[in-house]
Design a protein around this ligand. Structure first.
Ligand code: SF4
Length: 322
């Protein structure tokens, strides 16, 4: 076997050792897909959102410092021949920001010890993970920011309390707003996930108006716009079967996305390129808002004429149960 082939095999083995525990749905925030990913938690500490089966029944666990150090050493080997040392890092796991401030600070030190080139460390966070780090005697968010934490990815999903309650998100609009304000105050940048179709047909109007209102008062550097999909193991599936939850069609969610976009006045990036979306589109707001709206209108007109491409439909159906 040549040296190149050996190296490829070694990297494959190391990646399997690092990420193997995550299973099929190893999920990385879209804004951080090109980062070096450091496992620190497995699964999500909450695991009760009605629509979610990303964790496939896996119990939440924190990796020990020994495990984290071992993974950092594997990552060092993987990146030792990079022409430019890696600068962007992501803590892998459903919501690593649930970890104590003390542990997060120690992880940042360990990342920097192995990769002095580290410029920032991002991770997924729930609003309650952020809020637990506010209100104490010390400004924990500012301390974490100084230690390198930045570009958190916040799962907002909706600005509507009714939608969030129905989907058992565990936090409401007020918590989402307070978490974003706290991150703003600490100077920590964040992207916000919003989910089209999350209110179904019955709550669509309030889902969109209240999400737009919430976002217009916040300062995410990017909106990651995704569309609700039905994971086979999610509890929402049963509510769709009994028609308690009336799922929107792909065209309806595209229209919902258009409505949300039309109501936004904040400066951010609209990133709707996630694979769950029927029509992937991305642009800066407010500069590209009109252009994005025109593109969506053109796509809607084409699709309404029955020109929806078969592969687009298939892609959509692959996610569904229907
Ligand atoms: S959607 Fe996010 S917060 Fe909710 S259970 Fe899934 S991973 Fe956890």
């Amino acid at each position: 076997m040549g040296q190149d082939a050996e190296r490829i095999q070694e990297i494959r083995r190391l990646k399997q050792e690092i990420y193997g525990e995550y299973g099929v749905f190893y999920y990385v925030p879209m804004a951080e897909s090109y980062t070096v990913q450091v496992p620190v938690t497995v699964s999500c500490s909450y695991r009760r959102c009605l629509y979610c089966d990303l964790n496939q029944g896996m119990a939440f666990r924190e990796l020990s410092f020994d495990e984290i150090d071992a993974n950092l050493e594997r990552l060092r080997v993987i990146h030792e021949r990079d022409t430019r040392p890696p600068s962007r890092f992501l803590l892998a796991g459903g919501n690593p920001f649930v970890l104590s401030t003390e542990k997060l600070l120690s992880i940042a030190e360990r990342v920097r010890a192995v990769f002095p080139s580290c410029e920032y460390i991002a991770c997924f966070a729930r609003a309650d993970d952020v809020l637990r780090k506010t209100g104490g005697a010390s400004d924990e968010l500012a301390t974490l920011h100084q230690a390198g934490y930045d570009r958190l990815c916040l799962g907002i999903e909706s600005g509507s309390d009714r939608v969030l309650r129905y989907q058992e998100k565990g936090v409401g609009r007020a918590e989402n707003a307070a978490a974003m304000a706290a991150l703003d105050a600490a100077g920590m940048r964040y992207s916000a996930y919003v989910m089209l179709g999350l209110g179904g047909r019955d709550m669509s109007a309030e889902h969109i108006t209240e999400t737009a209102d919430l976002l217009n008062a916040a300062h995410p550097f990017e909106l990651t716009v995704v569309t609700l999909v039905l994971f086979r193991g999610a509890r929402l599936v049963e509510k769709v079967r009994t028609r308690e939850f009336r799922r929107m069609t792909s065209l309806e969610t595209l229209k919902e996305g258009r409505e949300l976009l039309s109501r936004l006045t904040l400066s951010t990036v609209w990133n709707g390129t996630h694979k769950t979306n029927l029509f992937p589109i991305k642009g800066k707001l407010p500069e590209h808002k009109d252009l994005l709206l025109r593109r969506i209108d053109a796509a809607l007109a084409e699709m309404s004429r029955g020109d929806l491409k078969q592969h687009e439909l298939r892609r959509w159906q692959n996610w569904g149960i229907e």
